[in-house]
Design a binder for this molecule. Structure first.
Ligand SMILES: Nc1ncnc2c1ncn2[C@@H]1O[C@H](COP(=O)(O)OP(=O)(O)OP(=O)(O)O)[C@@H](O)[C@H]1O
Ligand SMILES: [Mg+2]
Length: 307
């Protein structure tokens, strides 16, 4: 029996979310936000935190700076029940990453200082630790530039050790959507983009074309559709699941929470319909509190919601 259900190598940082700012940001003016939340951010860490909150055993590797924001992020993840024993805290001029999110009604600006994320490389990884798991998840393929070229080799080794693998690229800040994904897909069991990312990667405006192309490359394609829920394609089989109706505070981390819910069931061998339903449940739950983990770290609230 492996030590972990899921291992993740990825980014670990805080999100500073501000609400109530004007749409336009004129220079030199002092613009007032009506409330804010400093919370655990970064796709990889949100997936890890929420998987652990749901009851999965999670091991996490990362590289952060030796600074107070990195320390807070690390404490949050550790308090959430994730094994963070191999997170490396590296002194130097590069600081732990930070995202500042200006949340407006229906849209947001996301401003990211990538910091130590881009300095996280193959040399920071302990393959034996990552391989002591049923499953490996990789998020933020385009942000994790220091790891990108090593990913095919990493996935190959983890698959050889018997793990299944999932990936969520998230956005490409350079908007190029390259980086050798075709090679990477050879080792991916579950690919989990949102609809926009699926179309960008396959260079089409038609979601059906995108799904068909991706389904030729990976066994299970899961497409997140925001307030419309999610769909999955496995070979010729199509599955769809609607979103839940909830009172939404912000959608920050909803996609990562979806991944956590889906994977929590996937590693237990649940069928695809159950994985999708649980993904939607987790995504919706995340939107009911600020950021990606505030709902999940409230144990009573979580138990009420998931029943
Ligand atoms: N307004 C909403 N109401 C209910 N559920 C929602 C809502 N928005 C998102 N979700 C849930 O969260 C999931 C993920 O949302 P979305 O499609 O926005 O992912 P994403 O774009 O990858 O998000 P992220 O910005 O976190 O990367 C959806 O599939 C759905 O289950
Ligand atoms: Mg996403």
């Amino acid at each position: 029996m492996p030590r972990f259900d899921v291992t993740i190598a990825g980014e670990l940082n805080l999100d500073l979310i501000m609400y109530g700012l004007p749409d336009e940001l004129p220079p030199e003016r002092e613009l007032l936000s009506d409330h804010m939340m400093l919370t655990l951010g970064s796709s990889s860490a949100i997936v890890a935190h929420n998987l652990a909150a749901l009851g999965s055993r999670v091991g996490f590797q990362s590289r952060i700076g030796d600074d107070s924001l990195g320390q807070i992020a690390l404490e949050r993840l550790t308090q959430g029940g994730v094994d963070t024993s191999l997170v490396r805290k590296v002194p130097g001029t590069t600081k732990t990453a930070l995202s500042v999110i200006l949340q407006r009604p229906g849209w947001r600006n996301i401003l990211t200082y990538a910091g130590t994320i881009v300095e996280f490389t193959q040399r920071d990884l302990d393959i034996e630790y990552l391989a002591d798991s049923k499953h490996f998840h990789f998020s933020s393929f385009y942000l994790q530039k220091g790891l990108q070229t090593y990913i095919p080799e990493l996935f190959k080794r983890l698959k050889a050790a018997g793990l299944t693998i999932s990936m969520d690229t998230n956005d490409d800040p350079d908007d190029r959507w390259e980086g050798g994904l075709l090679e990477v897909f050879k080792y991916v069991d579950v690919f989990m983009p949102n609809a926009r990312e699926a179309k960008k990667i396959t260079r089409t405006d038609d979601l059906e074309v995108a799904v068909a192309k991706l389904a030729d490359l990976v066994p299970t394609v899961v497409i997140k559709l925001g307030h419309e829920g999610a769909m999955a394609q496995r070979g010729k089989d199509r599955f769809k699941s609607s979103a839940l109706k909830v009172d939404t505070v912000d959608p920050v981390g909803a996609g990562d929470s979806f991944d956590a819910g889906f994977l929590h069931q996937f590693v237990r061998g649940a069928d695809l319909a159950t994985c999708l339903t649980y993904g939607n449940l987790s995504g919706a739950f995340s939107t009911t509190r600020p950021g990606g983990t505030e709902a999940f770290r409230d144990r009573l609230y979580r138990e009420q919601f998931f029943g």
